[in-house]
Design a protein around this ligand. Structure first.
Ligand code: G6P
Length: 591
């Protein structure tokens, strides 16, 4: 996601800021920018694409400045949309991470007062709001402006005529790097580690001012003290936020990703424009890999909640035998928006006259240019090759889409939406108990074949669980509908082939228990995933991974997070590389 840097000290601010931004490159970005105070003016550069060599850039000399790497959310990647953003008089510059959810109404109000906007971003309202409040005291103006903002944000503000930086943290991380006679502000520790390992982690609601007399922090109008901590990590460790691998870090980001994606589409009700669905008679999903499995869950949800018939096609196969496209809506799911097979399927569907909607994580990617309509997931950049948080974000969009298309009574939909809102909390509970999953992973790491089984929604969850396992642990893992076991896969079972059984508390429960007994009779070790209130299953299986009780529809989230952790710890036990598995790529741009 976006990166923020601020510098106040004695060095050339442009060089410090650009080198610090480069330390945040691992987070992913599509454009960047820097502002430096020079005399009573601001010099600003903004660029699209990668930063390259620090030496290539030289702004005016100055030792106060701010910088930003942008991962586009509101508005495409472009110089105009890149930060820093300014007020009308080019005096106030702001960099921002997060989302200003009420920016549209603020912008309209400011425009009525005569403010001119140049970008499509939510951020640009901030310098204009500060300008409205500014009477010569920057901190006071920022405090007043921030009261009007809704959403989540970390911002750093500078004024051309002021020897100071002001920053605010609200639900989006921000730290201070404390040097000797110099201070750094950053969204993430790696940005400052070349200069200092002494940092302060700001807390929600903190407002910071750095000036020639040092720094002060306020919260709720009162001055507060925050502890200076010494970071014990190297830069590389810090990029992973202290986690051993990006994959684990990204799994731990899931509660936040679910919150952000819900935030995007939920207000009073489901705020998702589905005008693209008018008059359609069927839906066809096209996707690859993990996104294909999200599509299978999408099919289950849409058919169950709306009755609209749905087909799911591997994007790589779709082009050979495209279905007739009368009143078909094609939904492409792709994290990167760059998977060649998915793009090809989208182009063909359009040529055949279908309406194409894309569920995409990367703004400005090729898929967003082909699609007629786009539904963004808010997973942020995903570094690890194996998709984790982006998959869960896709599921969240699919839940909302299915609920929005549903003809169920409003009260039932509201109940399901309320249950969806607590998913971040349930995922946090799973993450708190990951040691239990780690212990089970240690048991299964010795096997070379694993079978995953499920029924109903459990089939697609099992397929994604098996994919995670084979991708990163190199264990041969297969998934089957439990009812299919006796039609062949039974021949593979035995002591050397553990079975991971997904037990969902819905109409499939009893028959799944029977299937588990059949598997046990073939001597396969069985690990069951079940809800925490289940007291039956433990009688028949070797291990149980207990998951928070939820509506069975939402087990696609809870069970998938558990299976991601299981794959992660199994691969770790086997000493695999994890973030970059052999022979695999994050984005497959060839057919
Ligand atoms: C590659 C990645 C997978 C991903 C698939 C589809 O195979 O390794 O993790 O699921 O591509 O990618 P997309 O960006 O289209 O979702």
């Amino acid at each position: 996601m976006c990166g923020i840097v601020g510098y106040f000290g004695f060095r050339r601010a442009d060089q410090v800021i650009i080198s610090a931004l480069k330390r945040l490159e691992y987070r992913g970005y599509d454009s960047w920018g820097v502002a430096v105070k020079h005399g009573n003016g601001l010099e600003i550069i903004k660029m699209v694409g990668a930063i390259g060599d620090v030496e290539n850039y030289s702004l005016a000399e100055g030792s106060i400045g701010i910088g930003h790497t942008r991962w586009a959310t509101h508005g495409k990647p472009s110089e105009i949309n890149a930060h820093p953003h300014k007020d009308c008089n080019n005096k106030i510059a702001v960099v921002h991470n997060g989302i200003i959810s009420n920016f549209q109404s603020l912008r309209e109000e400011l425009e009525r007062k005569g403010h001119k906007f140049s970008s499509e971003t939510d951020t640009e309202v901030i310098p204009h709001l500060i300008e409205e409040e500014y009477r010569g005291d920057l901190i006071e103006a920022v405090m007043k402006a921030v009261e009007k903002l809704k959403g989540s944000f970390a911002i750093v503000v500078m004024h051309a005529e002021k020897e100071e930086l002001v920053a605010v943290r609200y639900k989006s991380p921000l730290i201070i790097g404390v040097g000797d006679g110099e201070w750094f502000i950053a969204s993430d520790v790696p940005a400052v580690l070349d200069y200092t390992n002494r940092v302060i982690y700001l807390e929600d609601g903190d407002i910071l001012r750095i000036g020639n007399d040092g720094f002060k922090i306020w919260n709720n109008g009162k001055e507060v003290e925050r502890r200076v901590e010494t970071v014990p990590w190297s830069i590389e460790d810090a990029e992973k936020g202290g986690y051993e691998h990006f994959m684990l870090k990204e799994i731990h980001e899931i509660p936040r990703v679910v919150e952000d994606t819900l935030f995007e589409y939920l207000s009073e009700g489901i705020d998702l424009d589905v005008s693209f669905s008018a008059g359609i008679s069927e839906i066809v999903f096209v996707a690859c890999g993990t996104s294909y499995h999200a599509s299978l869950i999408g099919k289950y949800l849409i058919e169950k909640l709306t009755g609209i018939p749905v087909r799911v096609e591997f994007a790589s196969e779709f082009i050979y035998n495209p279905p007739p496209m009368g009143r078909t809506l094609v939904i492409a799911i792709t994290q990167s928006g760059e998977t060649a097979d998915t793009l090809e399927a989208m182009r063909m569907a359009k040529k055949l006259g279908a309406k194409v909607v894309a569920i995409v994580n990367v703004l400005g990617s090729t898929a967003t240019r082909i699609a007629d309509n786009i539904l963004y997931t808010r997973a942020g950049p995903e570094i690890s090759v194996a998709a984790t948080k982006s998959f869960i974000a896709q599921l969240v969009v699919l839940y909302l889409l299915a609920l929005k298309l549903s003809k169920m009574p409003g009260s039932e939909i509201e109940k399901l939406v309320d249950e969806l809102r607590i998913m971040p909390e349930l995922v946090r509970k799973i993450l708190e108990r990951e040691e239990e999953i780690e212990q089970i992973a240690e048991e299964i790491a010795k096997y070379e074949d694993i079978m995953y089984i499920g029924r109903g929604i459990g089939v697609a969850i099992a397929m994604e669980g098996a994919l995670k396992m084979k991708e990163i642990s190199y264990i041969h893992a297969e998934a089957y509908p439990a009812g299919e076991l006796k039609h062949g896969p039974f021949a593979l079972l035995g002591r050397e082939t553990p079975v991971i059984a997904l037990l969902v508390s819905d109409e499939t429960y009893e028959i799944m228990l029977n299937n588990i007994k059949e598997v046990k009779a073939r001597e396969s070790p069985v690990i069951a995933l079940a809800d925490e209130e289940d007291r039956e299953v433990e009688k028949y299986v070797d291990f149980v991974i207990r998951l928070p009780k939820t509506n069975p529809l939402y087990t696609a989230i809870t069970y998938s997070v558990a299976l991601q952790l299981l794959a992660y710890y199994t691969a770790k036990k086997r000493g695999c590389e994890i973030d970059k598995p052999r022979n695999l790529a994050k984005s497959v741009t060839v057919e």
